[in-house]
Design a protein around this ligand. Structure first.
Ligand code: ZN
Ligand code: ZN
Length: 303
């Protein structure tokens, strides 16, 4: 089934650790997971606890489509717990018919497969990555690489942007990578995903700079949507959170303004922030950048 939509859906927007409870109902308590449905292809950014509900929904959708096998590309930004802890409970990984392409950065000297195995490995969890019946293609992604997914090929093709002479056409899904060094201790990947002239940029777990992260501004230039870290209020940041690798809403708005994004989504909510506090942060941010929304579970955006 090929649709002509570029759809972004939030399954988890909480930073650091999951926060179930009465004070987090509106924005949700699950950690990072964003689903993209693009022209019939499924892309997933990060595997925080939000991926658990997404996995159940993917299995339901597969059943509704006469048990159509699940094929998905999972892009990991970094290996911190709040971005991987849902993976052991991701139902499609346990179906032998599923094909999961898992791509992400090297962590120090560890290739992505090893690092992911640590997230799933016994004794922390009874099942190892290899024991999950799905077919998993796990590959470390370099910053010099670009991923293309074509109309009739569900498998991501990876090219070196300097060596391989490829010109992505607008009907291919094109994924670009930028490494940010503003997150302890091994940095984080930003992703830019383009298709049919539309684009979205995912930039969580990063801290702003004086006069704004200009590498990110260039990377995100003219994007339709940027999802940006906004974990701390300005006061929290100034009093105790500098150097922790997260941003304020001011930093997020400044990136959105300078890159001329159409829409900004505030992301990676602080686990100590209640719904009311996030709503207040959202309102303040809207005064700085009008087309801003604070991410909540179930938020859907069609680009
Ligand atoms: Zn995080
Ligand atoms: Zn992190």
């Amino acid at each position: 089934m090929h649709t002509d939509q570029f759809l972004v859906r939030i399954w988890g927007a909480r930073g650091s650790y999951p926060t179930p409870g009465r004070k987090t109902i509106r924005y949700g308590g699950n950690t990072t997971c964003v689903e993209l449905q693009i022209g019939g292809h499924t892309l997933v950014i990060d595997a925080g606890t939000g991926i658990i509900n997404l996995g159940q929904d993917m299995v339901r959708r597969s059943k509704d489509a006469n048990n159509k096998p699940i094929v998905a590309t999972i892009l990991l930004t970094h290996m911190h717990h709040d971005h991987t802890q849902g993976f052991p409970y991701f139902l499609p990984a346990y179906l032998g018919s599923s094909v999961l392409h898992i791509l992400g950065p090297r962590t120090f000297d560890e290739e992505i497969e090893e690092a992911l195995n640590h997230a799933v490995l016994p004794p922390s969890f009874p099942v190892s990555l290899h024991e999950m019946p799905s077919l998993k293609v796990v590959r470390t992604l370099q910053e010099t690489e670009m991923i293309l997914i074509t109309e009739d090929h569900d498998y991501p093709q990876i090219y070196n942007v300097y060596q391989d002479n490829v010109q992505p056409s607008s009907d291919m899904i094109c994924i670009r990578v930028l490494k940010s060094y503003a997150h302890p201790r091994n940095g984080v990947y930003f992703y830019r995903i383009e298709w049919h002239g539309k684009s979205m940029v995912f930039a969580s777990d990063t801290e702003g700079y004086i006069d704004t992260d200009q590498r990110l501004v260039n990377f995100a230039r003219n994007t339709d949507l940027i999802i940006h870290d906004a974990q701390y209020t300005r006061d929290e940041y100034a009093s105790s959170k500098q150097g922790w690798g997260h941003s304020t809403p001011e930093m997020a708005c400044e990136v959105a303004k300078q890159c001329k994004a159409k829409q900004l989504v505030l992301f990676h909510h602080d686990p100590r922030h209640s719904d009311d506090q996030i709503a207040a942060i959202e309102q303040e941010a809207q005064a700085m950048f009008a087309d801003t929304v604070a991410a909540y579970e179930g938020l859907e955006m069609v680009l």
